[in-house]
Design a protein around this ligand. Structure first.
Ligand code: IPM
Ligand code: MN
Length: 352
């Protein structure tokens, strides 16, 4: 198969972790006789420096013309403490999600047999965890009206959802639950927020179309607690943009490291695959960041964008093998030998 993949490395550790995902993808392509045509494009602070815009039109064209997008990370500290900055790297990511219509962000949470004891949570609580968040990605407070009033002394961000936005995300959730354990949890704050009441009402109306799926409705604060108390209680969770952002960082603790969790963003056009972690600027250029979240995002890409299951499984198998054999970066080394980012990538490509 011929695969055309847009490569958006972005900022911070983005380029380093992307390099490893490329090595592993090329090794898979060789093993299974595919031909990958990579096309790199600029995003984030790197794009602001080069052309003054975090998601330039040329980058959008590259994404539209590709079969899938593999994305690294976005964000640079020089913008974080500068409230006056007009253009921010993160705007590039949001613009890209919006322009590509990526409304459904799939964020699985699972454990790795050899890492169960790396999690600060007790083994008996997390063993066998296999859940997936479906985070709404192009609506809500991230994209609502915002601004300042009162000479800058009052700020506001508004959260808006339409029934159609909720419904298309919820249908994906129902369908995903059908392929899994047939349990769907709608996470909201319907005891307080009007948008949450619309979510609940919309999901309730869809229940009749999916009678085989068992639906529960839980408040986000309760889910934040239960998620790390009894993660096994969950299968598919659907939620709005901001709640999903917060809960998926929390959920990564179950797996043992933020550097492990991949994601897929699906929608109307090209799908995008990216680690859930950020640009980790303190580690940029040091060759120490964990590349596995990006490598596992490439596995999701083979599976979801190209329907190549054996290829995805091969990546997951070699990742498990590297963990079992202690070929890990410093976040997982704990007294043992810490490997460099590039060494982990080389090892994976060699052992595929
Ligand atoms: C994520 C990130 C982004 C988000 C930031 C970088 C804008 O935290 O993908 O989870 O909040 O969506
Ligand atoms: Mn986040």
């Amino acid at each position: 198969m011929k695969l055309k993949i847009a490569l958006l490395a972005g900022d911070g550790i983005g380029p380093e972790v992307i390099d490893q995902a490329v090595k592993v993808s090329n090794a898979v392509a060789e093993k299974f006789n595919h031909e990958i045509n990579w096309e790199s494009a600029l995003t984030g602070a790197a794009a602001i420096d080069a052309v003054g815009e975090p998601y330039p039109d040329e980058t959008h064209e590259v994404c539209l013309n590709a079969d899938a997008v593999l994305f690294g990370a976005i964000g640079h500290p020089r913008f974080d403490n500068d409230p006056s900055a007009k253009v921010r790297p993160e705007q590039g990511l949001l613009k890209m999600r919006q322009k590509l219509g990526l409304f459904a962000n799939v964020r699985p949470t699972f454990t790795f047999p050899s890492l169960i004891d790396k999690s600060p949570l007790k083994r008996e609580r997390i063993e066998g965890t296999d859940l997936v968040f479906l985070r709404e990605l192009t609506g809500g407070i991230y994209f609502g009206k915002r601004g300042r009033e009162d000479d800058g002394n009052t700020a506001f961000d508004t959260c808006t959802y339409t029934r159609a936005e909720v419904e298309r995300l919820a249908r994906k959730g129902f369908e995903m639950a059908r392929q899994r354990s047939k349990k769907l949890c709608c996470v909201d704050k319907a005891n307080v927020l009007e948008t949450s009441r619309l979510w609940r009402e919309t999901v309730q109306n869809l229940e009749k179309d999916y009678p085989d799926v068992e639906v529960s409705y839980e408040f986000v604060d309760a889910v934040a607690m239960r998620l790390i108390q009894w993660p096994n209680a969950y299968d598919v969770l659907i939620t709005e943009n901001l709640f999903g952002d917060v809960l998926t960082d929390e959920a990564s603790v179950i797996s043992g490291s933020m550097g492990l969790m991949p994601s897929a963003s699906l929608g109307e056009k090209t799908s995008l695959f990216e680690p859930i972690h950020g640009s980790y600027p303190q580690a940029a250029g040091k060759d120490i960041a964990n590349p596995l979240a990006t490598v596992l995002s490439a596995a999701m890409m083979f599976e979801t964008a190209f329907g190549l299951q054996a290829e995805a499984d091969a990546i997951r198998t070699v990742v498990n093998k590297s963990l079992a054999e202690g070929v890990v970066t410093e976040d997982l080394a704990e007294g043992g030998k810490a490997h460099k980012t590039s060494q982990v990538g080389d090892w994976l490509a060699e052992h595929l």
